[in-house]
Design a protein around this ligand. Structure first.
Ligand SMILES: [Zn+2]
Length: 353
């Protein structure tokens, strides 16, 4: 990340009127050569895979990679596999797993350390790649997630995991033009492709929820990007209050545009971030895998003793043994033989015969 907590700057500067024209087509191939010429570096992971780096977003330098940078594909069944490279210390592993647990607590996402899976995150500590960087969404192969030694704290680990699970930057929300004004400054003039990829709205990504100034995926009001060797500043200013939308309470994050500008660059996951992850991955029911439970609807297996469902699903849970003896269900769902769960969060069900 090259963003900093420098909203004071933005509040005291004069914004020129900037027309945001055009959106970035999520399916369009990026022109890697032009982006490289404008200063986007090529970086490698410890297994030798090359990526084009656009601020903190890594784009695998393969035809498939440059064709489909946004929107991030969801991880199959919500199970995210990861491997730590030897560069990651035991303390940093704990920080990564703590940040992953935050996303897992608010959705059906499950993170599993497994270096045998074909599609997996390769977590690395790397001082050469800004503060952090990640591929956006599931790539199907080994995909790097890098964090610099001094950035294993605060916003960066949770933000990069947000990219890895498929979230683009919030300021590139489809509806950005209704709520923010961007002053692209010299970057827009000198490195227009870099500017476009990094600041224009996306036609479809990250838009499961209404725009969220408090998102951990939002840039701060002053960010910078290296363009042809020079660091150039881009300013973002809110021009509206937080838009209405789910979940309850999230629209109250800021009610005046000036306050909304101050929220940009949040260090913690917001309620709307959590809800967006659930919209994408659903909520899960955890239960004892030794007990056969039957679920109504369309459960997705998220591992042993784990079934996930869409947000808002009504699930009937049934438990009886082979002799027809009904079980007593307890936990978030109480009943004899059956019980019903409204999937408004992650749930646990226990069973006793
Ligand atoms: Zn980012």
């Amino acid at each position: 990340m090259t963003t900093g907590k420098s909203f004071v700057l933005a509040l005291t500067s004069t914004f020129t009127s900037v027309a945001l024209s055009g959106s970035f087509d999520a399916g369009r191939e990026v022109d890697a050569q032009r982006l490289r010429a404008q200063g986007a570096p090529v970086v490698r992971d410890s297994k030798g895979t090359e990526y084009l780096q656009i601020d903190d977003v890594l784009i695998p330098l393969t035809r498939a990679g440059t064709k489909a940078i946004f929107p991030g594909r969801a991880w199959p069944n919500g199970v995210v596999y990861y491997e730590f490279s030897s560069s990651v210390t035991s303390d940093q592993k704990k920080i990564f797993e703590g940040a992953a647990a935050m996303w897992s607590a608010v959705s059906a996402l499950t993170f599993v350390e497994d270096n045998k899976q074909k599609g997996r995150i390769l977590v690395e500590t790397d001082s050469g790649a800004g503060c952090g960087s990640s591929v956006v969404g599931y790539g199907g192969n080994v995909q790097a997630l890098k964090i610099a030694p001094h950035c294993w704290s605060g916003r960066t680990p949770a933000h990069e995991i947000g990219h890895a699970i498929g979230l683009a930057h919030e300021h590139q929300h489809t509806k950005q033009e209704t709520v923010i004004e961007i002053d692209g400054g010299e970057l827009e003039k000198t490195c227009p492709d870099l500017y476009r990829v990094n600041y224009h709205p996306l036609t479809s990504s990250n838009s499961e929820t209404a725009y969220d100034f408090a998102s951990i995926m939002h840039y701060s009001s002053s960010s910078s990007l290296k363009c042809k060797g020079t660091s150039m500043t881009v300013k973002i200013k809110a021009i509206a209050a937080q838009p209405a939308g789910a979940p309850a309470g999230s629209a109250n994050a800021c009610t005046a545009a000036s306050d909304c500008t101050k929220l940009m660059g949040a260090t913690k996951m917001s309620g709307r971030d959590a809800y967006g992850a659930a919209q994408r991955y659903g909520y899960r029911i955890n239960y004892d895998p030794a007990v056969a439970l039957v679920f109504s609807g369309t459960p997705v297996s998220c591992g042993k003793g784990c079934a996930s469902f869409a947000v808002g699903a009504k699930v009937v849970v049934t438990a009886q043994d082979s002799n027809g003896k009904k079980a007593r269900l307890a936990g978030d769902c109480v009943g004899v033989g059956t019980c019903e769960l409204a999937m408004d969060g992650n749930k646990k069900v226990s069973v006793a015969y």
